[in-house]
Design a protein around this ligand. Structure first.
Ligand code: VG1
Ligand code: CO
Length: 578
């Protein structure tokens, strides 16, 4: 076996975005393209003698990418690779394995919730030794290297069979093919009260139905191990749990638009507790018949109920809480009530890592269906699902009246205590980049203009008006390493406390994606009717005004967004409210 140096030329645009490099499969398949990026990782970070974890969501082109990594890692002096069987490891599983086996980092092969297949997306992401996504100073080094690379090194050897568990060698490189599920399952057992969940589910066999939808992503085998084997639920409690390279032709994104297989099944079967996860298993959606939990509420509720989860008791309680900037302030209210420190960070899980490592953050989330804790350094879809089951089981144990507590009851109790942050996100996917830039420039113009603050805007459909209080670009200084990230979203706040945010997505693979986030807070004393409204009713006026201020429809040439995240909840009569 010999090492060969292969000449190459830089490719444009190998810049990792919010969460790694994501492009069409066809782009990765170009000669030298994937090799250039992988070699740039090894050039940018000293990894000779290191141990790395490799795995991903099993999407199309993963097997080829694993072999490329093997060839380049071996030639660059990496000592050991831990590879998920068949290249399969969920994103949270990789984070756990890096931490558990004290690896130096990991290479994740996923484009997360983006569709897969020969005409869809592939992605590569580098994680560092704390198990989390590489921070910006590292991804910038990798990107800089992609612009100057002139050759890459490969070991010339036949492919490694990654379908068999066990040890092998590849030139000087030691390779271990590991079970995809085992370590992750062991981790969850150290966190949750599975005994309590199981006994609740057993005693409510007929009244509390559960359905998990893997959307043909990586979580299938993990969900079967947890929901079927550990919790003993019937096989009908999971669906679409066979990972497929093109996600069964679907869009593995757990929201009300793309996870229609779950939404339909939940409504049809009046399922009490439905949940779905994305392609790589780090996102989650919680959705029961008639009640959808917005991710902003989900993380706030998990934080509020944290003490029923053994992990947060064992570790001496919850330290701090955090959310990404566009996420609603629901979790801030929980932090204030509990006297905890809380943080607002830019979009992307990498910004939570330093706070967790410093012992200042326990539970955090993003409005984009990402929820997690410091048990690992990625957001964790199945963790959130089991957290909700743990909370529901505990709520039922606490209430001796025999009333059944489900998603709706927990949501309503939360709103009655803390008030409610109505939240919605409008996504305009794959719009022309020039239009998106015009929108950004236009809002920047408003931010700079001295007459913007104090100006009133009226929604003509409802007659409700909003007065601008503040407008700014969100810049963030990491409290731990003091690194600065600028222009992380444009924010306009109004005199009633409402807020609108515009951001350009950093995960799209084509054109630009514009996200518009709207939020309006209604206090707990507003009354149950107000609190349990549909988001549509609660937010329409603000959405009208946000579209007007940004001139969005004209700049983007779109009447309607591609995806709307709303929250729906049935009205619960007051005698049912605690
Ligand atoms: C989106 C979400 C962000 C999330 C990121 C990665 O980024 O908004 O909150 O962290 O996806 O999620 P953007 O830049 O497109 O808005 V995943 O499940 O791709 O790892
Ligand atoms: Co994901």
């Amino acid at each position: 076996m010999s090492v060969k140096e292969i000449p190459t030329k830089p490719f444009d645009g190998q810049k990792p975005g919010t969460s790694g490099l994501r492009k069409r499969v066809k782009v990765f398949q170009q000669e030298h393209y994937t090799e250039n990026f992988v070699q740039s990782i090894f050039d940018a970070i000293p990894l000779s003698g290191s141990t790395l974890v490799v795995g991903g969501d099993g999407r199309y082109y993963s097997p080829e990418a694993v072999q490329i990594i093997l060839r380049i890692a071996s030639a660059n002096g990496v000592s050991k690779l831990l590879i998920g069987k068949d290249g399969i490891l969920s994103t949270p599983a990789v984070s756990n394995i890096i931490r558990k086996y004290k690896a130096n980092g990991g290479i994740l092969l996923t484009a997360s919730h983006n569709p897969g297949g020969p005409n869809a997306d592939f992605g590569i992401k580098y994680n560092v030794e704390n198990g989390g996504p590489a921070p910006e100073n590292i991804t910038e080094k990798i990107f800089a290297r992609t612009k100057t690379i002139s050759s890459y090194k490969v070991l010339e050897a036949p492919a490694v069979d990654i379908s068999k568990l066990g040890d092998t060698t590849y030139g000087p490189l030691k390779v271990t093919i590991i079970d995809s599920v085992k370590d992750y399952l062991e981790l969850l057992h150290t966190i949750f009260d599975f005994k309590l969940i199981k006994s609740f589910l057993e005693s409510h066999k007929t009244s509390f139905k559960v359905l998990f939808d893997g959307l043909h992503g990586v979580t299938g085998p993990y969900a079967k191990a947890i929901i079927l084997e550990t919790l003993g639920l019937p096989a009908s409690s999971v669906q679409n749990c066979e990972p497929s390279p093109d996600f069964g032709g679907g869009h593995p994104d757990p929201n009300l638009t793309y996870a229609h297989s779950l939404v339909d099944a939940v409504e049809k079967g009046r399922i009490n507790f439905g949940a779905a996860s994305d392609g790589d298993g780090d996102r989650n959606m919680i959705y029961g018949a008639g009640a959808f939990v917005t991710p902003s509420d989900s993380v706030a509720i998990i934080a509020d109920w944290a003490e029923v989860i053994p992990y947060f008791n064992k570790k001496g309680g919850v330290k701090g809480l955090a959310r990404s900037m566009p996420t609603s302030a629901a979790i801030d209210l929980v932090a204030k009530a509990k006297g905890l420190e809380y943080f607002e960070v830019p979009t992307g899980w990498k910004f939570f890592g330093n706070l967790m490592d410093a012992g200042r953050l326990s539970i955090c989330g993003e409005e984009s269906f990402g929820t997690g804790s410091d048990h690992i350094r990625e957001k964790d879809g199945l963790w959130a699902v089991v957290a909700w089951l743990n909370i529901i089981a505990a709520a039922n144990e606490q209430d001796k009246s025999g009333k059944l507590w489900g998603i709706r009851e927990i949501l309503n109790k939360h709103y009655a205590k803390y008030g409610r942050s109505f939240f919605s996100r409008y996504d305009y996917e794959e719009v022309p980049s020039e239009g998106a830039q015009k929108l950004v420039d236009h809002v920047n113009g408003l931010i700079k203009s001295s007459s913007f603050s104090g100006k009133s805007y009226e929604s003509s459909a409802t007659g409700i008006s909003f007065t601008v209080a503040k407008a700014y670009n969100f810049d963030y200084t990491d409290p731990i390493d003091k690194s600065v990230s600028k222009n992380q979203g444009q924010v306009v706040t109004f005199s009633d406390g409402s807020r609108v945010v515009w951001r350009l997505s950093g995960t799209g693979s084509q054109g630009a994606t514009v996200r518009m986030y709207v939020e309006r807070y209604v206090s707990a004393d507003a009354g149950e009717r107000e609190l349990s409204r549909d988001t549509g009713e609660g937010l329409q006026a603000l959405i009208d005004v946000a579209l007007d201020i940004s001139n969005l429809k004209q700049f983007l040439g779109r009447e309607q967004p591609t995806v709307i995240t709303v929250s729906i909840i049935s009205v619960i009569p007051s005698h049912e409210l605690n």
